[in-house]
Design a protein around this ligand. Structure first.
Ligand SMILES: [Ca+2]
Length: 310
């Protein structure tokens, strides 16, 4: 617990909506995140007003994630949390795809919860679709949402790989999975964004299967062991990087400073696919941008990038 929640609360009972692409077999980050958010709630820092499933991890659909979420919350003893199914469709840049009636119903249900509270923080542990659609479709007034926490961003050209092990690397998945949602939030609500990046979750901030086992939930321990084994193949040496979970630092006194979070210049950049990257539009952070940038609070540090390259 202290690995993540290493300080007193910054808030008292602050309303938080979690959006997650939790999986019971791939990344373990969302599962650990749910446990840390539960602990923040137990400490009185926050109160969880709802948990929403979203498509994402490993190409899972909203429906699959919804099932995963039910299973995982049951295993964690969190079945009392209000669970909602998120939209199945991404945002579109052209707005040419009308929302489906089913997605509309789901968004109405999510909006109804957000609208019952003041200054809600949305923890986007997957693609940013829910925040972007609630705001772009006018379902919640902007002032209802105080902050949108999430994972995304990189230095121009930064690749997410250890450089050891199999030639397989992570990608900036939550940006990649719904690029139009990121574009919308950057354009209209950049000051609401608070993002951790790939660098936030590596090196001394990685977890071990043993630290996860110490949390005392057998399904999560078994999942962590399988995950560490898989990550060893790509050069993580039995450790597990965590990203989503570091969004909890937002709620801890001094948490942002410990992660080197500050206002940074960011821009969504179109990258042709022939560079070898999967993503089309990448979220880049650079002090050198002199036009078309937005200021966003990001936990990204140029110094740690240099260390990673050594
Ligand atoms: Ca996630």
């Amino acid at each position: 617990m202290e690995h993540f929640l290493n300080g007193p609360c910054r808030f008292a009972y602050h309303p938080v909506l979690i959006v997650t692409d939790v999986t019971t077999s791939g990344e373990i980050d969302d599962s650990v995140s749910l446990m840390m958010y539960r602990e923040l709630e137990r400490r009185g820092c926050i109160r969880i007003v709802g948990v929403v499933s979203i498509f994402g991890n490993g190409g899972a659909s909203a429906k699959e994630v919804y099932r995963n979420l039910h299973d995982r919350l049951h295993q964690l003893g969190l079945s009392a949390w209000a669970v909602l199914e998120g939209p199945a469709r991404r945002m579109s840049f052209s707005q040419s795809l009308p929302p489906t009636a089913e997605d509309q119903q789901r968004l109405f249900a999510i909006a109804a919860i957000v609208n019952q509270h003041e200054r809600v923080v949305i923890a986007e542990l997957g693609p940013f679709t829910v925040s972007a659609r609630l705001l772009s479709e006018g379902l919640v007034r902007p002032k209802r949402i105080e902050r949108i926490l999430g994972v995304g961003g990189r230095a121009p050209g930064e690749r997410f790989s250890t450089g050891h092990g199999l030639p397989f690397s992570f990608r900036d998945m939550n940006v990649d999975e719904d690029q139009a949602a990121v574009w919308y939030l950057l354009k209209h609500h950049p000051r609401k964004l608070w993002l951790v990046t790939y660098q936030t979750g590596i090196n001394e901030r990685m977890l071990t299967p043993e630290t996860i086992a110490a949390l005392g939930i057998s399904e999560i321990s078994a999942h962590a062991k399988r995950r560490a084994k898989r990550l060893t193949l790509i050069g993580y040496g039995g450790k597990i990087p965590a990203w989503d979970t570091w969004t909890t630092s937002y709620f801890i006194e001094g948490g942002s400073q410990k992660l080197s979070c500050r206002q940074q210049k960011v821009r969504l950049v179109y990258v042709p696919v022939d560079t070898g990257e999967v993503e089309r539009r990448q979220l880049w952070v650079s002090d050198r941008f002199d036009h078309d940038f937005r200021w966003v609070e990001m936990c990204w540090c140029a110094d740690s990038l240099k260390e990673n390259k050594q």
